[in-house]
Design a protein around this ligand. Structure first.
Ligand code: SF4
Length: 392
């Protein structure tokens, strides 16, 4: 793509494991974390180094993980367990503590196993099944308070409001920057793609957050300078929106297929993608303030919500499809990811006339051709529809 800042981000990522090694020698502690509701701001404010763990797309590691957990768990959970079993990942082998939230019960199970089999110190953040109730709010506030106390003990320091406010400012900056990059990548003639932004997001989970924010701001400047006016008579393209289970770093099968077939990904509502950065406004630098903000963000699909007209996840999905001017949705579910698989039907119904393709997959390559055929037909159908619409 020729964006110098992307190269800088890649270079920063390459040197990060060695940098962490040095920081640990100086007494810094690393907290690996996973899932949707871990308040990273608190980890950072306590002087701990947060690193989000977990990769996908490696069938071999899924097999390694499956030696310790039922094969009825999703492939992502099995692969992450495989990573903990092997301890060759440059981040996982340096973790001093692992924090996991119980938004998805399968991840909660992961926590028990890495603690039991692989001797990792762990901390769990409980998550209410229903965020919309007063009791749910109270429960989560107490959980975040308890989580903070455990981290304080681990870090050997107390949480200071000023430090938490500093952390919130950095994370707010990151959230804004990611939203800006998303809006740029969806433009015609954008100098960076959805895949680039996704790589930038994944890199950020490993980098020092302040350095990352500086890099994001530099990237936005460079992208602004290089965004050219769209040309007239541009080729008709199928603008694809991704929804469903997460697409973690390393899992590129579906992305490769869509791009090879001439589809263009323009947006997503994945918890490994844009959703993570939306609607999170911490109004008060305290654990309660943090808890309230996390409760009010877009709900994760693994939390039951039965009233479709008021479901924030679906409302956000509809809004994002419009915002990114998408032509159709590919709803991707991982094998044994019940949370998203059960919600495929209602999601399709709510989207009514929006072209919708459901893909159910795992990390082996055995279904590559089958998925390719279905995506090809979907991309062609969208292009044909647009061609016909241009003629009339
Ligand atoms: S939400 Fe689905 S993909 Fe994510 S950890 Fe849970 S079961 Fe796995």
């Amino acid at each position: 793509m020729g964006l110098k800042t992307l190269e800088k981000i890649t270079a920063a990522l390459t040197s990060r494991p060695a940098e962490l090694e040095q920081l640990r020698k100086q007494g810094k502690k690393i907290v690996g974390w996973l899932a949707y509701n871990i308040p990273e701001e608190i980890i950072y404010a306590l002087g701990l180094i947060p690193i989000r763990v977990g990769q996908g797309g490696d069938g071999r590691l899924v097999e390694v993980g499956a030696r310790h957990i039922s094969t009825k768990n999703c492939v992502f959970v099995r692969q992450v367990l495989g990573q903990f079993a092997e301890k060759t990942d440059p981040y996982i082998k340096q973790l001093d503590l692992v924090a996991i939230d119980a938004t998805c019960i399968q991840l909660y199970r992961l926590e028990e196993l890495i603690n039991f089999y692989f001797d990792y110190k762990t901390v769990v953040l409980g998550v209410p099944r229903n965020f919309a109730t007063k009791e749910g709010h109270e429960y989560f506030r107490k959980e975040v308070e308890h989580f903070t106390k455990k981290l304080e003990l681990f870090a050997g320091v107390s949480l200071e409001q000023s430090k938490l406010q500093e952390a919130i400012n950095i994370y707010d900056g990151i959230r804004e920057a990611i939203k800006t990059l998303y809006s740029y990548q969806s433009k015609d003639n954008a100098p960076l793609s959805w895949r680039d932004v996704s790589a930038v997001i994944n890199a950020g989970y490993n980098l020092d957050r302040l350095r990352y924010l500086e890099l994001l701001q530099e990237l936005i400047k460079e992208v602004e300078e290089k965004t050219s006016e769209p040309q007239e008579n541009q080729a008709i393209e199928a603008r694809v929106f991704l929804s469903g289970s997460l697409i973690p770093p390393g899992d590129t099968k579906l992305i490769d297929i869509i791009e090879q077939l001439g589809g263009r990904i323009v947006g997503d509502d994945l918890w490994s993608g844009l959703n993570f950065f939306l609607n999170l406004e911490i109004k008060e630098p305290t654990p309660f303030g943090v808890a309230d903000a996390y409760l009010d963000r877009i709900p994760h699909a693994s939390l039951p919500y039965l009233d479709l007209p008021t479901d924030g996840r679906l409302a956000n999905l509809k809004h994002q499809i419009q915002q990114f001017n998408a032509d159709g949705v590919i709803y991707h579910t991982l094998r044994y990811c019940d949370a998203f698989t059960f919600k495929a039907g209602e999601t399709k119904d709510v989207l009514k006339n929006v072209p919708f393709l459901e893909i159910h997959t795992e990390y082996s390559g055995s279904d590559f051709e089958a998925i390719r055929t279905r995506v090809e037909a979907f991309v062609e159908m969208i292009k044909n529809k647009k061609e016909i619409a241009e003629l009339v």
